[in-house]
Design a protein around this ligand. Sequence first.
Ligand code: GCB
Length: 604
Amino acid sequence: MKHIAYFTWVLTSIFCGAFVFASSSPAQSPSPLIQNVAGRKTISLNGDWHYLVDPHEEGIARRYYLNGKPFGRRDFVEYDFNTAPTLRVPGDWNFQRPELQWYEGLLWYQRSFDYHPQANTRTFLYFGAANYRARVWLNEKPLCEHEGGFTPFNCEATSALQEGANVVIVSVNDTRHADDIPSLRPDWFNYGGLTRDVLVVQVPRRFIDQYSVQLDRGGSHHITGWIRLAGDSNESQKATIRIPELKLSTEAAVDKDGLLRFSLDAPNLELWSPEKPKLYRVEINAAVDQVSEEIGFRTIETRGTDILLNGKSTFLRGIDMHEEPVGRSGRAHGENDARTLLGWAKELGCNFVRLAHYPHDESMVRTADRLGLMVWSEVPVYQGVDFKNPQTLARATQQLTEMITRDRNRAAIILWSVSNETPKSSERNAFLQQLIKTARTLDPTRLITTATNQTNSTEPQKKIFDDPIIADLDVFGVNEYIGWYEGVPADLDVTTWATPYEKPMIVSEFGGEAKYGLHGPVTQRWTEENQEEIYQHQIAALRKIPFLRGTSPWILKDFRSPHRQLPRLQDGFNRKGLISEYGERKKAFYVLQKFYRELAAQTP
Ligand code: GCB
């Protein structure tokens, strides 16, 4: 009898839960993204959050979002956040509790915070990233849902906030699906959870939500841009933009789309470059709202097979990296991790980093701005994508839009990459062309790229890069693993490289695996000597490619990947790093460093 009653309750809850959620779904997309949250009045919600795992996805039916108490006399409640264990935010759940290391699924977070709403303000909950699907409730009210594990979103909380104690509940689900971005089998660890900062952001009722401040493409002394005000458009349509150090100031005027546009002549501007990463304090004052941040100015263009930074041909001395810290497990986060990872790149002699294969934490690109590293930033359109599916395209478009919106004022970013290693097909082409179009519309000032791996030749030692998508790009990336997945390192000595396209090429991946501390003959795979040998032959071959304008080998540091299960050698890590997960340098590190130092000496 007791059992029947229990199951009737479960079924009723499922029905009611589904109804509650469905009835509130239309209002649930996030609000437009607020740029530069660091420049806003915020309260951090980082810290310990209670959590409940939900492997059977019953939390909606059981109404976890109501934050119930199990000891009430009327309702039957079988969960309790307040006595539940905690997870640190920001952070993936996998490496905080051993029992969650391989957990992929739904998990519920809860925490409370004090707040004192102020008149004439609006308040948003901001999430730097939640991998992969997130739903947010505040004080039992649904706020918003978001998809995509590497880009930020914010939900308006103004009307759900209470004076004093508030309770926020977030469900995060990192189950992989074939039609998601990324798809089912990325070669990296699927870190679940609230992996980046969570903030309460307070702004005036009418506020500056997005803006663009850039040098005109082609010219080096003319700044143009736009400012967007959110809120009631009857209130104010004016803004001033100032760069105090240059004693520059101008008024922005509203255009037909409601954007406040401006332009500024800046004859004495010092341009941003890796050698001198000059940033200026830019202030935007819109009467109703003010915001400021440090912005650098540079131009980036192509001419034939050249990449021109500030009008001068440049060679990108790069390295690829995943967003994993050195010396601890989990997702990297924050400025300290960024400084460590980018510091290694600087030590290698890099002027460029490829942030693979998804948008990294905002602190990475801000640190790159300050350290003087040019950046390739990418959306996780990675292998095995469901190119025929319009919803998959919508997901990719959304992530691309969020990436560009967050980072459009970072001088460091020179390349937006729309994908990595996708097989040629007409559906693939149409999908990527749409993304390229979106990127160009959102940001006409940067270069568009993608990492290809498709060659066209019946002779293995003749590499012809004629993937048709190259026609739509400014710069094309090529991933190749001669000497590791293909042939032996000496094959590189006789390989020839050709392309029908008159465009700059970056070898965006090459390399091979080595276990730090394992030594042996150069012919023995997994030894540092073998990896060193691959790098030596690669570098000799790269020197001979006339249209090569950059290299970013795979990869700075060994990283976790469920694909890599060779005992004692991989143990769950892709070992193509130049340093181990503990920061120990392998021999190939010094081979690349020598090459880059030599290149830097040739092109100051
Ligand atoms: C690739 C992928 C990268 C992999 C790498 C490898 O081509 O772009 O994500 O991790 O090869 O190690 O196989």
